[in-house]
Write a protein that binds this ligand. Structure first.
Ligand code: ADP
Ligand code: ASP
Ligand code: MG
Length: 405
C-alpha cells in the first residue's frame, strides 16, 4: 500500500516526539508499505520565525516572510529523516520544490496549482521513505511560497491526491475530530465519520484541527482521509463524501472563533451602489469581512454592520472614514471589539427544523446575549461577548445532546 501520513507541529515538537514519529513510520515500513511523510515545523517554530521577522520590520515583505517561514519545515524534515536513518530505515527528506509542489497566488497564503513529477516519485519507487516539507512550494517564477497557517494539512492531502495514495492520515495531538474543541468542551465526543462539507464548515468557523483549504482540496479530488493521534493507536475520524445515514445527526459539531470585532455604519443614504462602495473599500484594504447585516432603511438612511477579526479593526476605520465623509455628513462609524463567534454545523439541519430555536433558547436560558446571526444551509453562527464564548459553546453542546455521559 502507498501511505501518506502527516505529522503536525506538536507531534514533532521535541527530539523524543521526533523519535516517536520515526518509530511509527518504521513499523509501517517494516510491514512493506511505501510511505511519504509530510511534516510541519516543530511546535512554536513558525510563530518564533514570525516574531523574528517583526523584529526587523513592522510590516515584513511577504516574499521574504515566505523565505523565512519555510525554514521551519526544512529543519523538521531533516531531523525526522535522521531519526529514521538511526533506526536503519532508508529515509530521505525533500523540500516542497523537490516534491514538485507548484503554487500560485499571494505569498504567505499561496494555493497549490499542480504537483509535478519529481524526486518524490523516484524515491518512493526506490523503496525509500520520503519525508516531505509541509506548508511550502514554489511558484512558476521559482519563488518559495507558503500555504497559509496550518498549511501542512494541504501539503499532505495534495501529496495523497497526486500519488493516488491508498491511505492518507493526518496525525495530531488529539484522537480525531471532536464535536467541539476538547480543550474548551471537556464533554466533547470523538466523531467517527464526518462529511467533507461538515468538516469544511467547521474548519472555516474556527475548528483548526484541519486547515479549511485542505478539506476543500480533499473534497475536490475525492481524497478520503483520517484524522488520528500520533501518540496512540486509537481509530480516528474518517472524513469522506456524505452518505444518506449522515443526515440523521442534526448537529455534528460546535465551533468558536475568538477576537472578532463589529463595525456598524449608520447614516448611509439609502441609494443603489452604496453597499458596493463600502465593501469595495474594505476589500481593497484586504480586510476579510465575515458576517454582514443590513437593516431596512429608516428616514432614507441605511445601517450596515460587519464583523471581522479584531486585528483588522484599525485598518477598517482608516479605509471607511474618507468614504463615509464623501457619502453623507450624517454617516457615522461605531465599533465594538471583544466579541466572539459561536457556530453549530450539521448536514442534518437541512432536514430538521427548530435548530436555531434550540440554539437561541439554550443561550437565553444561560443568560448569554446574542448579537449578529448568520446562517447557511448547514450552519448557524451567532456573535456573543467573547468573555462568554466558551461557556456558550458548552451550553449549546449540551443543548444538542452532544455531551458524553
Ligand atoms: P497540528 O499541529 O497537528 O496540525 P493543530 O494544533 O493544528 O495540530 O490542531 C489540533 C488541535 O485542534 C487540538 O489540539 C485541539 O485543541 C484543536 N481543536 C479545535 N477544535 C477541535 C475539534 N473539534 N476536534 C479536535 N480538535 C480540535
Ligand atoms: N508550520 C506551519 C504553521 O504553523 C504549517 C503547519 O503547521 O501546518 O502554520
Ligand atoms: Mg494544524
Amino acid at each position: 500500500m502507498l501511505i501518506v501520513q502527516k505529522y503536525g507541529g506538536t507531534s514533532v515538537g521535541s527530539y523524543d516526539r521526533i523519535r516517536n514519529v520515526a518509530s511509527r513510520v518504521k513499523a509501517l515500513h517494516d510491514e512493506g508499505h511505501q510511505i511519504a511523510v509530510v511534516v510541519s515545523a516543530m511546535g512554536g517554530v513558525t510563530d518564533k520565525l514570525i516574531a523574528m521577522a517583526k523584529e526587523m520590520s513592522s510590516n515584513p515583505p511577504e516574499r521574504e516572510l515566505d523565505v523565512l517561514l519555510s525554514t521551519g519545515e526544512q529543519q523538521s524534515i531533516a531531523l525526522v529523516s535522521m531519526a529514521l536513518r538511526e533506526m536503519g530505515v532508508e529515509a530521505v527528506s525533500v523540500t516542497g520544490r523537490q516534491a514538485g509542489m507548484i503554487t500560485m497566488g499571494s505569498h504567505t497564503r499561496a494555493r497549490i496549482s499542480t504537483i509535478e513529477e519529481s524526486l518524490l516519485q523516484r524515491y518512493l519507487k526506490e523503496g525509500k521513505v520520503v519525508i516531505v516539507a509541509g506548508f511550502q512550494g514554489v511558484n512558476e517564477e521559482g519563488l518559495v511560497q507558503t500555504l497559509g497557517r496550518g498549511g501542512s494539512d494541504l501539503s499532505a492531502i495534495a501529496v495523497a491526491a497526486a500519488a493516488k495514495a491508498d491511505v492518507c492520515q493526518i496525525l495530531t495531538d488529539v484522537d480525531g475530530v471532536y464535536t467541539a474543541d476538547p480543550r474548551i468542551v471537556p464533554k466533547a465526543r470523538k466523531i467517527d465519520e464526518i462529511s467533507y462539507d461538515e468538516m469544511l464548515e467547521l474548519a472555516s468557523v474556527g475548528t483548526k484541527v484541519m486547515q479549511s483549504r485542505s478539506v476543500e482540496f480533499a473534497k475536490k479530488y475525492g481524497v478520503k482521509f483520517e484524522v488520528r493521534s500520533s501518540l496512540n493507536n486509537n481509530p480516528g475520524t474518517i472524513v469522506i463524501e456524505e452518505h444518506p445515514t449522515m443526515e440523521s445527526v442534526v448537529i455534528r459539531g460546535v465551533s468558536i472563533e475568538r477576537a472578532q470585532a463589529r463595525v456598524t455604519i449608520t447614516g448611509i443614504p439609502d441609494e443603489p451602489g452604496m453597499s458596493g462602495r463600502i465593501l469595495k473599500a474594505l476589500g481593497e484594504a484586504e480586510i476579510n469581512i465575515d458576517m454582514i447585516v443590513s437593516n431596512i432603511a429608516h428616514d432614507g438612511f441605511a445601517r450596515h454592520s460587519f464583523t471581522m477579526p479584531t486585528v483588522d479593526l484599525g485598518k477598517a476605520q482608516v479605509a471607511l472614514r474618507p468614504l463615509l465623509n464623501e457619502m453623507s455628513d450624517q454617516a457615522e462609524i461605531e465599533t465594538e471589539a471583544g466579541i466572539g463567534k459561536l457556530s453549530v454545523v450539521g448536514i442534518g439541519m437541512r432536514s430538521h427544523s427548530g435548530v436555531a430555536a434550540t440554539m437561541f433558547e439554550s443561550l437565553g436560558h444561560a443568560g448569554i446575549n446574542i448579537g449578529i446571526i448568520s446562517t447557511s444551509e448547514i450552519k448557524i453562527s451567532v456573535t456573543v461577548e467573547e468573555e462568554h464564548l466558551e461557556e456558550a459553546a458548552r451550553v449549546v453542546h449540551t443543548a444538542f445532546g452532544l455531551d458524553t455521559e
